[in-house]
Design a protein around this ligand. Structure first.
Ligand code: ZN
Length: 273
């Protein structure tokens, strides 16, 4: 046994363990190991050390792999949640936009001061509302008339020859009474778009497009109510609610002064509330 080789052999051992040494070197090392207990012991210790080191490394790699996998799953879940929220908000904002547009497009604002509104109930009753320059003549199911001028408002029952003075500040006024504006259905405060958004956000509202007769319509489903809104004019052309169906028709610019003339009530009796 040649102790002078021990240093060399021990320097070579790490590479030997990792199979990085040449066959000649291996032979030299192995010959020495057979004779030298000290170097053999060193080899065993080094092998154990390297193995436990590599085990530690592979455990670390495993941990990193698991961590990466978890991160991928987490990122996917977060991504999906974000996509879901964006799609949800996108739909709600689209609905808000559309309903706001329809609301803003309310008839009085849009067609100004001359229109005739015809409502047809499923039972065939026709209600006509004439509006011109602040004067309104509203035929209520052919039984009564609501007439309104700039300074007065009456409910007149021709059959009974009676009339009732109404408060100017209270509805019905023109189309608001004829439930033609979308605001009647969706807004508690007619000017509050924020309320409209809250309503849309917290309620299940379905809006889709549908052909109705000659009209291409937005159909709005909300709390059992179904509204058909003409895509082009943004007017309500049909309203189904509580099993009752009403169709609307609008004529613009056809109302004459005679249509909105105050009925002669000089012979009528005033009813007091
Ligand atoms: Zn040795």
């Amino acid at each position: 046994m040649d102790k002078k080789y021990c240093k060399i052999v021990q320097d070579l051992l790490p590479n030997y363990i990792e199979n990085l040494t040449s066959p000649e070197t291996n032979q030299f090392i192995e010959t020495h190991l057979k004779e030298c207990k000290a170097c053999e012991k060193s080899l065993e210790i080094m092998k154990k050390g390297i193995i436990s080191e590599s085990k530690k490394q592979s455990r670390q790699i495993d941990y990193l792999k698991r961590y990466k996998r978890k991160m991928i799953i987490l990122k996917s879940v977060i991504g999906l949640v974000i996509i879901f929220i964006l799609v949800f908000l996108g739909i709600k904002i689209y609905q808000w936009n559309l309903l706001s547009k329809i609301f803003d497009h309310n008839v009085e604002y849009e067609i100004g001061n001359n229109y005739k509104l015809i409502s047809k109930n499923a039972d065939g009753t026709i209600t006509e509302l004439f509006y011109k320059n602040g004067y309104c003549y509203y035929n209520v199911n052919n039984k009564g008339i609501i007439w309104e001028g700039p300074n007065s408002k009456y409910m007149i029952i021709p059959n009974d020859k009676t009339y009732l003075t109404l408060d100017k500040s209270t509805p019905p006024t023109g189309l608001a009474d004829a439930t033609i504006t979308i605001g009647d259905y969706f807004l508690t405060d007619s000017s509050e778009k924020v309320n409209l958004f809250k309503t849309i956000l917290t309620n299940n509202i379905d809006i889709h497009e549908e052909q109705y007769g000659e009209h291409q319509c937005y159909v709005i489903l909300f709390e059992g109510q179904k509204l058909w809104i003409d895509k082009e004019t943004l007017f309500i052309i049909r309203n189904d609610y509580n099993g009752q169906s009403t169709e609307f028709d609008i004529e613009i610019g056809t109302v004459t002064d005679d249509d909105v003339k105050m009925p002669d009530i000089s012979e009528f009796t005033e009813i007091k509330n």
